[in-house]
Write a protein that binds this ligand. Structure first.
Ligand code: AHR
Length: 631
């Protein structure tokens, strides 16, 4: 039986307890994923500047040109040439990042355009639209009058494409068509098409993926990486001021993991998204080390520290009191963002010989300037004890089960711990697990119970990586796999969602006993304290709503009957029990939600009734269970 002590005070659980990482670029998580832009290679940056993804149709040709480019950030453009007067509709098309989902809604398309002196368009109008691959089925189109576009000068055009019927497949294109009887050279850049976005933000994020983030109720979002913060080389690091302002001024950079990173989803867009889903940002800042294992020498570090000071000022300074705050306001965001946590670097346990000077240099400068921010180190080796440290664990399920008590045995009160990346990988080959499994979700939930129970030192934890375009994968497993029109809520996602959506603000004392134990005999750290046999548990409370939350995770092969007794409460109320479990005889290590079978397992909801402070529940084999009961 489980004995829970009702109280109104107890060890506080920070609201950041269960979070997510938003590592840009990995698995095409931002471009081709969260970023709602549909056009692949919109500014010809992919594959060392190319026309990758663009196809011509009808007559004419497309080539790259770098003559008088749109901006120094976007130095090449596409030239469409009709040497002969055309006889059919002609132009070019783009199939998106592995397909385009076409739904009944308005799409906002735009491009920069420059005609040559001899260019002629019959009627002066271009047609843009969304169609199937061969153009035989046009789902929506708009005309753009370019008649008055000045010769040899870039002009920006935009139009709304209204679609009324959904396309059955995602094998579709965005096209730009010239009418027959046209002729000449026409240049284009930054060819863009957005569907409706989350919260209707301009240059915003894809609704279904954003909603999946929001539904996790994440306490924090760690961004922009991960390795993508560090970049392949020092010049290819995340440089915050390359990610702000008009898109034609954002050069982007070589993707750390894949392709090119447009950085259309820049620092303001990322932080706005975090705000839109009600989470706290954990801002990771570049600390002078990149993935080619080169570190900035100690005597050359100052400009990199200044870069970070400008970044944090830009994000947090009042609009009217500083140069950087004024810049942010000028770019349309007057209110400062609220930053409570800044992480200095990423995984510097691989570079301790230089972190030994990089951490103190960054930390001294930043902590003096921003006394209200908690700074997080990425290792404790070779540096003086930091205020907080980020732990990363990619491990087989048994590790998380065995390490249930790991955070009971660490120094207190500091360093505090952010488990900034963790997830279950395959026991034999670290990258061979294609999707999270139920066994993984169960093991991760046991680790998470350990976070909650140690919330005096744990800031929070997050599964990593989160996003995976299944057509562009460098790393598996991931929390949210997706393609052009489908988002998968993996087993690990569902387990985390149960924890994030049911978060108490204080821990309640709880002990479990079997027939030969008493609650009084339970020792701290022993059987009955957070764990009894194959059952792991924690009890907490939301004091604002007077709600009891009990989390139970079983790695038993059989059902476990749990009789719950709430001390100091005679609650007789109706509550809810959420269950993530496989069916009878299902092997939890092979049960996954996949892009082909997204709903193999889902959360089951049952009603429960407490009478006089007592209720009983059955916890299924290999399952995650959360009980939410008004007291
Ligand atoms: O989450 C994927 C990668 O794992 C992160 O980029 C890096 O920090 C870690 O090695």
């Amino acid at each position: 039986s489980l004995n829970i002590q009702n109280a109104n005070n107890g060890q506080a659980i920070p609201p950041t307890m269960h979070g997510v990482i938003l590592e840009t670029n990995i698995n095409r998580g931002d471009d081709g994923g969260l970023y709602a832009e549909l056009i692949y290679n919109r500014a010809f940056q992919e594959n060392g500047r190319s026309l990758d993804g663009w196809l011509r149709f009808g007559e004419g040709s497309i080539t790259l040109s770098n003559n008088q480019s749109l901006s120094s950030a976007l130095p090449v453009q596409m030239k469409f040439t009709l040497n002969e007067t055309s006889t059919t509709p002609s132009g070019f098309k783009n199939g998106g990042y592995y397909g385009i989902s076409i739904q009944p809604q308005n799409y906002t398309a735009s491009f920069y355009y420059r005609p040559s002196t001899s260019a002629y368009i019959e009627g002066g109008k271009l047609t843009i639209g969304l169609s199937n691959l061969d153009g035989s089925n046009i789902y929506g189109a708009a005309t753009i009058d370019v008649y008055n576009a000045p010769v040899s000068v870039w002009s920006n055009f935009s139009a709304t494409i209204s679609v009324f019927d959904a396309a059955q497949s995602t094998q579709n294109v965005f096209f730009v068509a010239f009418p027959p009887n046209s002729r000449g050279d026409f240049e284009f850049n930054l060819i863009s098409c957005f569907p409706a976005t989350f919260k209707n933000r301009t240059n915003g994020v894809r609704i279904d993926i954003a909603q999946a983030f929001a539904d996790l109720k994440p306490g924090f979002v760690r961004l922009p990486g991960g390795n993508d913060l560090e970049g392949p080389t020092i010049p290819e690091r995340f440089i915050w001021n390359n990610t702000i302002g008009p898109l034609q001024n954002r050069p982007g950079r070589r993707g750390t993991w894949v392709g090119y990173n447009t950085e259309g989803l820049g620092i303001i867009e990322l932080l706005t998204f975090v705000e839109d889903i009600g989470a706290t940002p954990v801002l990771a800042v570049y600390a002078g080390y990149s993935l080619d294992r080169k570190a900035v020498p100690q005597d050359q570090l100052q400009p990199y520290i200044d870069e970070v000071i400008d970044e944090i000022d830009f994000i947090t300074a009042p609009a009217d009191a500083s140069r950087m705050g004024a810049l942010r306001k000028h770019l349309g965001r007057s209110e400062p963002f609220d930053i409570k946590y800044v992480e200095i670097g990423n995984e510097d346990f691989v570079a301790t010989s230089t972190y030994s000077y990089r951490w103190p240099a960054f930390h001294n400068a930043l902590s003096q300037r921003y006394p209200n921010i908690t700074f997080i180190a990425t290792t404790t080796s070779s540096i003086p004890s930091p205020p907080a440290v980020d732990d990363h664990d990619y491990q087989p399920p048994q590790f998380f089960i065995n390490n249930f008590r790991r955070y009971e045995n660490i120094p207190r009160p500091k360093p505090k711990v952010l488990v900034g990346e963790f997830s279950t990988i395959n026991a034999r080959d670290s990258n061979s697990l294609p999707y999270p499994t139920l066994a993984g979700a169960v093991a991760e939930s046991i680790y998470r119970i350990g976070f909650e129970r140690n919330s005096d030192v744990i800031i929070g934890g997050c599964y990593a990586p989160v996003l995976q375009n299944v057509k562009a994968t460098q790393w598996t497993p991931n929390l949210i796999p997706f393609n052009a029109n489908l988002v998968v809520k993996s087993t690990s996602y569902l387990a985390q969602q149960m924890f994030g959506a049911n978060l108490g603000n204080i821990i309640l004392n709880s002990t479990a006993t079997n027939s030969i134990m008493t609650h009084e005999s339970v020792q701290k750290g022993g059987e009955g304290d957070g764990k009894l046999g194959n059952l792991y548990f924690t009890a907490s409370k939301r004091t604002d709503s007077n709600t009891l939350i009990v989390k139970l995770v079983s790695v038993d092969r059989n059902d476990t009957l749990v009789n719950v007794q709430i001390q100091d409460s005679l609650a007789s109320s109706e509550g809810v029990m959420y269950i993530l479990a496989g069916g009878p005889g299902v092997d939890p290590s092979t049960l996954s939600n996949t892009i082909y079978n997204p709903n193999a397992v889902s959360i089951i909801t049952k009603l429960i009734w407490a009478t006089g402070g007592k209720f009983s529940i059955t916890v299924p084999p290999w399952s995650v269970v959360v009980v939410n009961l008004p007291l």
